[in-house]
Design a binder for this molecule. Structure first.
Ligand code: ZN
Length: 728
């Protein structure tokens, strides 16, 4: 699954950001003469201290050095605190303008520094950046606390909120005020005395732990390489897997050999094709053991402390569990409502998975393999069953899914739906040569956004796929256009060869681009409501609904063309791909849903002092009746969605929640008989993609769809209704 990284200026106030203490302490670093000289250079040449004269104001990555970040953070935090002080020192009674507008305009430099820093630590990190990241995590948390727990500031917001009905606010202003009030209360602004201090300590410690968690996972992923040398090591691997493995080997100094890494796009094809069962077992075990190896990078103790601190955080705010606290500010509203949905798909998914397993066992037996299907056999035999049932194999599909063509396909889809066009910018600085940058224009040729597309896996990049913003759209400080980034982890094709995607990869590309459009098409006044700044279980909707377009014959016939012959995908193959869409959905649904249920179980605990994550995970899965041949999509020790940052904690269910919306929502286009139906596209733009967080999500959905969502389309698409219909 994929995550959205959000780091808005307004979200920053609440999520990240400095207490004077640590800032002052950091400034004292430059003790020696040499350090002093360096610091002077860093100050004079620091790009963060100057206006950027780049095109569209994109970050001057070519001029930014790791040493620039600490001084930039320091100055930005100081400026931010001064802005906040100006608000609280104001002798005038609080007004929307002197409090909320002022808050919305504050912290701009900090937002910029943090977003650029975040883009580098996620996509092209190094030891120096990682060290700064560890040092800055508690400093930023302290900064955040200094604002979120600022009693004078909250008193002004609270006073405005109390008289909100008499302030003659626009709809958007009313929502901004409501969001500020909610978020401040949820951050602990109403706490006093010892409780307030304790909250600050807890949040700071959590920031440190979650940074450590993700760095441990990254380290395990980076260190591992399965080196293949002999023909028996390579048995069964098709050309495209060998080519990607050869490229990975080259990048890791194993020239002439083949390397499989723990990146999903490297290991999944290996597990799918390798005929060497012992190597499959070895690779699979390393993959599911990330963060769980009993070494310095083991995450179990970190999980225990995170869960316990989250319980304490929830308790301080008057909630029994962290899940209750988290869900109170979502569409689902309660852990029960989210769990109910998960269980609604869990039972039929298990039944389907058991049927799938029987098919795999039969396939193995037919090849004379009298074996019990183990988790490292699933991908391998599933591919064979798929081939037998649908006469379809991954090797046959991949030549038709070139990355460049699929990128054209997402641009085409966006153009047909929303009229935007994409124009490559060759002359803007980037942090890695593989990154491509585009200018986005509207129907009239007006500038809309800048889009960064970073698609390849590399050792310095974290795994997964995500969208992030380098600048968020708003109109409060003039016409600010967005700069949006998509990251994927596709295995790069060999030199001179195109990068070929699996059908899943192509869906991921569309998914992240859906988040991207949510950021790029945003058309709101207030930063607080910009783009993807929406409730957590709604944020996946604009991403997931876009995935449906990659499954449409209209798109595939046009963009799925063979990389050698240029021939469009044959109708027969297309039919088979679409017919095969419900295949293996028992497995996919079980691996996803078990992760979501375990997430909810961790965060429904009322005490974690004796938590043993490995045992807890085992016990919870046993209670659920987890099939032993399937593993959670993300096992606890590398479940970054829930333990690296707060984003999806007690929130992994959000993908399924949003799937109810995307499955049901895309049906509207199917029912209209036109996947680019202009009327529907216009509503989708107005209610969803351009609206950011300015509307209540359910009201926005109903305004787009004309009625409330139904769960039927989801069950049908996953093939869990037994209707034989197709999927996602
Ligand atoms: Zn997503």
């Amino acid at each position: 699954m994929k995550t959205v990284l959000k780091c808005g200026a307004s979200a920053l106030i609440l999520a990240m950001a400095g207490a004077m203490g640590p800032v002052a302490a950091m400034a004292a670093d430059a003790a020696t003469q040499v350090a002093q000289v360096e610091t002077d250079t860093v100050t004079r040449d620091n790009p963060f201290f100057h206006q950027w004269n780049t095109r569209f104001g994109v970050p001057p990555y070519d001029a930014i050095k790791p040493a620039h970040f600490k001084p930039a953070y320091e100055r930005a935090m100081e400026a931010h605190l001064a802005e906040i002080k100006a608000i609280t020192d104001n002798k005038d009674a609080p007004t929307f303008a002197n409090t909320i507008d002022a808050l919305e305009k504050s912290g701009q430099m900090l937002g910029t520094v943090a977003r650029v820093f975040g883009s580098l630590t996620a996509s092209n990190t190094n030891d120096q950046l990682q060290k700064i990241q560890r040092e800055m995590a508690p400093v930023m948390a302290a900064h955040s606390n200094a604002i979120n727990l600022n009693a004078d500031l909250f008193a002004r917001i609270d006073a405005l909120y109390a008289q909100r009905d008499n302030l003659k606010l626009s709809k958007e202003q009313a929502r901004v005020l409501e969001r500020y009030h909610t978020e401040f209360v949820r951050a602990g602004a109403k706490l006093e005395g010892k409780d307030r201090e304790r909250m600050a300590t807890v949040l700071q410690r959590l920031a440190v732990l979650s940074t450590q968690f993700s760095q441990n996972v990254l380290a395990d992923e980076k260190e591992y390489k399965l080196v293949l040398t002999s023909e028996s090591d390579l048995a069964g691997l098709p050309e495209f897997v060998r080519a990607a493995a050869a490229q990975a080997a080259k990048e890791r100094g194993e020239d002439g050999k083949y390397v499989i890494t723990l990146s999903r796009s490297s290991i999944e094809p290996f597990l799918t094709f390798s005929a060497n069962r012992a190597l499959r077992e070895q690779a699979w075990k390393a993959w599911v053991a990330r963060g769980d190896n009993g070494d310095a990078q083991d995450n179990n103790a970190i999980i225990k402390e995170i869960v316990q601190l989250r319980i304490e955080r929830a308790n301080l705010l008057g909630y029994k569990t962290f899940a209750e606290y988290k869900l109170a500010d979502t569409m689902a509203k309660t852990p029960q409502a989210a769990t109910d949905l998960l269980l609604q798909v869990w039972e039929p998914a298990k039944v389907r998975a058991a049927e799938e397993k029987d098919d795999l066992a039969k396939m193995a037996a037919s090849e004379g393999q009298n074996i019990q299907i183990e988790p490292w056999d699933w991908y391998y035999y599933a591919e064979k069953v798929r081939k037998a049932k649908y006469d379809l194999n991954e090797e046959e599909i991949k030549p038709y899914f070139q990355l460049d063509k699929m990128l054209e396909a997402v641009f085409f889809t966006a153009n047909q739906l929303f009229g935007v066009t994409f124009h490559e910018l060759k002359d803007v600085p980037r942090y890695h040569p593989d990154v491509k940058v585009y200018e986005v224009k509207d129907k009239k040729g007006q500038h809309v956004a800048v889009f960064y597309s970073d698609n390849f896996a590399r050792p310095s990049k974290r795994s997964g796929a995500w969208m992030s913003s380098l600048r968020e759209q708003e109109k409060l400080s003039g016409k600010v256009t967005p700069i949006v980034m998509n990251n994927n982890n596709f295995a790069k094709g060999a030199e001179g060869q195109p990068t070929l995607l699996s059908f899943d990869d192509a869906s991921t590309l569309f998914h992240e681009f859906g988040h991207g459009l949510h950021g790029m098409l945003s058309n709101v006044t207030y930063p607080q409501l910009s783009g993807t700044s929406v409730l957590r279980d709604y944020v996946e909707f604009p991403a997931q609904i876009l995935e449906h377009w990659v499954e449409q014959p209209e798109i595939l016939r046009r963009f799925a063309v063979h990389y050698k012959t240029g021939e469009p995908i044959p109708q027969a193959l297309l039919d088979k791909i679409l017919a095969a869409q419900t295949f293996n959905q028992g497995f996919a649904t079980v691996s996803f849903t078990s992760s979501a249920l375990v997430d909810m179980a961790y965060h429904s605990l009322t005490d974690a002092k004796d938590l043993d994550p490995d045992k807890f995970e085992r016990d919870e899965l046993a209670k659920l009746g987890m099939p032993k041949e399937i593993v959670m999509r993300h096992r606890s020790p590398h479940f970054s969605h829930i333990f690296s940052g707060d984003g999806y904690s007690a929130g992994y269910y959000s993908y399924m929640w949003a799937e109810v919306l995307d499955a049901d929502g895309f049906d509207a286009f199917t029912e209209a008989g036109n996947i680019f139906d202009p009327k529907l596209a216009k509503k989708l733009y107005e209610e969803v993609y351009s609206a950011g967080g300015s509307k209540d999500p359910m009201e926005a959905y109903v305004a787009f769809r004309g009625r409330a969502p139904k769960v039927d389309a989801l069950l049908r698409n996953r093939g869990l209704l037994g209707t034989g219909a197709r999927v996602n």
